[in-house]
Design a protein around this ligand. Structure first.
Ligand code: ZN
Ligand code: ZN
Length: 358
């Protein structure tokens, strides 16, 4: 069975649990996951005995080469017009994704349809499947993480001090494109006090000597993201900066070690949080320990207090504790990690020890 057939099969098993006859998948990333289609206008229907893929004339050829195991249904650019003609019974839709306007339109079209159609909010069924990666997805994500390692190597060679955050970020993006990948998200380069903002945008000011610089980047490969953060020094650091770095590094390693099937997102988060709390920095770790990564850079499962579900083999998550001292500095260390039968496999291989860059 192909990977795509296996995914459709898993999805079919879940339709029953939501008591829907048919699922309408319109979120593009989910359409790509199920069908392989990489164009920008597509939707699909999955039921117990049907799999239909819709796209407009611009993408028919692409669909013929990319999409297997689905009946290919040419449609108007406004796909819904043709999609509703194929609906009947209880039809699940992706309520987390469909805009209010699109939903209203779907309702109107469905009420005019010949068959009886009942629209049912189906939640995030496909997102649930996507949380568990198969071997081919893991291979792609390993490669995406390796590309990010290479971008860090480039940074190690080109340095930080005296360049502006913006220059560095722009250069990192350029190198990614040169190497046939693209940023999974705009890279973060945040020196000194900017590093205390977990989502800082790169500033157009030179990076000073003797400070810490948080660099967070990811590469996109064949539809899959990687995500990795390292914190660098640009010279001599204060004792406080060393303390914070060591604390985050210890929390990162300790939390990493509990990643395995059966550990809940909450438990993993707690391991790092308790350590950072005990050092008196609890208030300065203001985000969750990690998040799932895949076709989207933020997806399930999260490693956070609110997630009491157990990790399973095939999950890919980040482990990224941080300590942010307002007005002073920030440290974050983030690895991309796959959950495997007997523990975890780290996909990020750039060194985690403190590296000083000129
Ligand atoms: Zn990141
Ligand atoms: Zn992240």
């Amino acid at each position: 069975m192909s990977a795509f057939a296996a995914r459709a099969e898993r999805l079919r098993g879940r339709l029953d649990s939501r008591q829907v006859d048919l699922l309408l998948v319109s979120k593009l990333v989910n359409v790509r996951y199920l069908t392989g289609f990489s164009g920008t206008n597509g939707a699909c229907l999955v039921s117990a005995d049907e799999r239909v893929f819709f796209t407009d004339f611009r993408y028919i050829e692409r669909a013929e080469s990319e999409v297997g195991g689905f009946e290919l249904a040419p449609a108007a650019r406004d796909l819904l017009v043709d999609v509703v003609k194929r609906l009947s019974g209880r039809v699940g839709f992706e309520d987390g994704h469909l805009s209010v306007r699109a939903h209203r339109r779907l309702e109107e079209l469905a009420s005019d349809a010949e068959a009886d159609v009942e629209l049912v909010a189906a939640g995030s069924l496909v997102e649930g499947l996507r949380e568990v990666k198969d071997e081919s997805e893991l291979a792609t994500m390993r490669a995406a993480a390796e590309l990010a390692d290479g971008i860090y190597e480039h940074l190690r060679e080109t340095g930080l001090r005296g360049r502006t955050e913006l220059e560095v970020a722009t250069d990192l993006e350029r190198v990614m494109r040169e190497r046939g990948t693209e940023p999974a998200f705009p890279p973060i380069v945040a020196a000194a006090a900017n590093g205390a903002l977990p989502h800082a945008t790169p500033a157009d000011e030179p990076i000073p000597a003797d400070t810490l610089v948080v660099v967070d980047l990811g590469c996109m490969l064949d539809g899959y993201c990687s995500d990795c953060t390292r914190t660098f020094a640009t010279g001599e650091l204060s004792e406080r900066a060393h303390e914070v770095y060591d604390l985050v590094a210890t929390a990162q390693r300790t939390a990493l070690d509990v990643v395995r099937p059966g550990t809940t997102g909450k438990e993993a988060d707690s391991v790092a949080r308790e350590l950072i709390d005990a050092a008196g920095e609890g208030e300065r770790f203001g985000h969750a320990l990690g998040h799932g990564v895949g076709m989207e850079v933020h997806e399930g499962p999260v490693l956070a207090q609110r997630n009491e579900n157990e990790l399973v083999a095939g999950n890919v998550v980040t482990v990224e504790p941080g300590v942010y001292v307002p007005g002073e500095l920030g440290v974050r260390i983030e690895d991309l990690v796959a959950v495997v039968e007997d523990g975890y496999e780290v996909l990020s291989h750039f060194p985690k020890g403190l590296i000083t860059l000129d």
